[in-house]
Design a protein around this ligand. Structure first.
Ligand SMILES: Nc1ncnc2c1ncn2[C@@H]1O[C@H](COP(=O)(O)OP(=O)(O)OP(=O)(O)O)[C@@H](O)[C@H]1O
Ligand SMILES: [Mg+2]
Length: 470
């Protein structure tokens, strides 16, 4: 559907076989600030609609030849986007006729003779409705822009900071180290960083360092020449060479065996690779993003990860907190996955039943976003209603219902001075979201004065398009 455009509503097409009605409406509408055009019949109206854009069509019902109802049907069948609002008028018919017209797709109906101000009022109502639609779309876009970075969503401070960092570092060739528990979105983030870099059109080569057998890992990464070992029946380009002019994503880098760590360090420092069994090296231009769900510091202490390699990888460190420490993200993630699976399964699920939502908010999600994503997918498959009930969630999640919320505070920072304003800004955003930007309603929910709300919004830089009380 095309974006709403209130100004299009000003262009009104008047269709009536009676000259004096056309004239009257032209005068009245012009005076009220509209830009009316008149047509003496349905055919002429359709010709005009084919070449010009109108926001509203006002048509008489009874006309010789093609009548108003046939015109309405014809307009509904036109591939117009946006389709015009159609108002019908008639001296005959009354309530039945009105109902029939509205059922056939008219926006409204009025009787002849009509009062000029009545018609203008109707048009102004349409205009207002279109303005509202436009504001709502803007509001949604504004909120969307804040909670998402490509396909990564997150509303809390932690993810917002990560989005900022990624925006800043993506275009440089810095090595990035992503850490976070399993399922927190490390790979998703790595792909976003690659996409936003100037090598985004180049290859992104993921390597799962933990999944390749140790004896093959070197030749996988660096390549080999034919005959260099049993089974090397032909030359093989390594993954580093594949990633030339692009990015290599070294997933589970903590699993890399020590001897290979030395080789990797050399590649990172010299940007040259020498395939196994080869005497010549080759220059490569590769950006490295590494990820691990392990505690690399500990592995360094234990002597299982080389300290020099650790420092080489740890140029930019992005730590993704576990989902249980970013409760603010759960609702937007749920929304995100509902939308995604609605699309994939052609469903129209609009949300979760209150007890299911409460369980989802209280559960600790040890498998992080991946576990949440799977739970929503499963729940959608198991239910056929438009709201997901509690009993389609796994028992572990169900058990969390009624427990105190897992929105336990991120215990890394306990400063009241720093944390309270963050919570306050969260509440204000939530209230504005719930009221579609209506300040008057939002300040009631927040139990603060209108002035205080405006002041705080300014203070926190919350910029949501305003909507008046209807
Ligand atoms: N912030 C997020 N917004 C949207 N989807 C997310 C987010 N974080 C993770 N996901 C989704 O969760 C799933 C797991 O993410 P991903 O594979 O990136 O995690 P990971 O940290 O690499 O996990 P592992 O350590 O197990 O490999 C993916 O389907 C991903 O799309
Ligand atoms: Mg991963």
């Amino acid at each position: 559907m095309a974006a709403p455009d209130p100004s299009r509503i000003k262009r009104v097409l008047v269709v009536d076989d009676e000259e004096n009605i056309r004239h009257l409406l032209l005068v009245v509408l012009k005076k009220a600030g509209f830009e009316p055009t008149a047509a003496p019949g349905a055919r002429e109206a359709l010709d005009l609609l084919a070449s010009e854009q109108f926001g509203v069509v006002i048509s008489d019902v009874r006309m010789p030849g093609m009548d108003g109802q046939a015109l309405l049907t014809a307009i509904r069948g036109l591939p117009l986007d946006p389709a015009p609002y159609v108002l019908m008028m008639s001296a005959y018919g009354g309530a039945d006729m009105a109902l029939e017209c509205v059922k056939a797709g008219a926006y409204d109906y009025f009787n002849k003779p009509f009062r000029a101000d009545e018609v203008v009022l109707l048009l102004n109502k349409i205009l207002e409705r279109e303005e509202l639609r436009e504001e709502n779309l803007k509001l949604r876009a504004a909120l969307d822009g804040r909670v998402r970075f490509d396909d990564i969503v997150g509303r809390g401070e932690a993810m917002q900071k990560i989005f900022d960092t990624v925006r800043k570092i993506a275009r440089y060739k810095t090595t990035v180290l992503l850490t976070g528990e399993s399922g927190t979105g490390k790979e998703l983030l790595a792909r976003a960083i690659h996409r936003h870099s100037d090598r985004g059109d180049g290859p992104l080569v993921p390597v799962n360092c933990g999944a390749i057998p140790e004896n093959l890992l070197e030749s996988e990464l660096l390549g080999h020449v034919k005959g260099s070992f049993t089974g090397a029946t032909r030359d093989k380009r390594g993954l580093f060479a594949e990633a030339d002019k692009g990015t290599i994503f070294l997933d589970e880098v903590g699993e890399l065996p020590l001897p290979l760590q030395v080789k990797l360090l050399r590649v990172l420092e010299d940007e040259v690779v020498r395939p196994v069994g080869s005497t010549t090296s080759r220059q490569v231009d590769v950006r490295v993003i590494a990820a691990t769900s392990r505690d690399l510091d500990r592995r360094v202490e234990e002597g299982r990860f080389r300290e020099d390699l650790f420092y080489r990888l740890n140029v930019m460190h992005v730590r993704i907190p576990p989902l249980r420490d970013r409760g603010e993200d759960v609702t937007v993630l749920v929304d995100h996955f509902l939308r995604r699976f609605n699309e994939r399964f052609a469903r129209t699920v609009s949300g979760l039943e209150p007890d299911a939502m409460s369980a989802v908010l209280s559960y600790r999600w040890p498998g992080n976003v991946r576990e949440l994503e799977n739970a929503i997918e499963r729940a959608m498959i198991l239910s056929d209603g438009d709201r997901l009930p509690l009993d389609v969630f796994p028992p572990t999640v169900r058990d969390a219902h009624g427990r105190p919320s897992a929105r336990t505070i991120d215990t890394e920072d306990l400063s009241i001075k720093r944390r309270v304003p963050v919570l306050e800004a969260e509440l204000i955003r939530a209230a504005l979201m719930q009221t579609a930007g209506n300040r008057t309603h939002a300040c009631k929910l927040l139990e603060i004065s209108h002035r205080a709300l405006l002041y705080k919004m300014k203070d926190y830089g919350i910029d949501v398009p305003s909507r008046r009380t209807p």
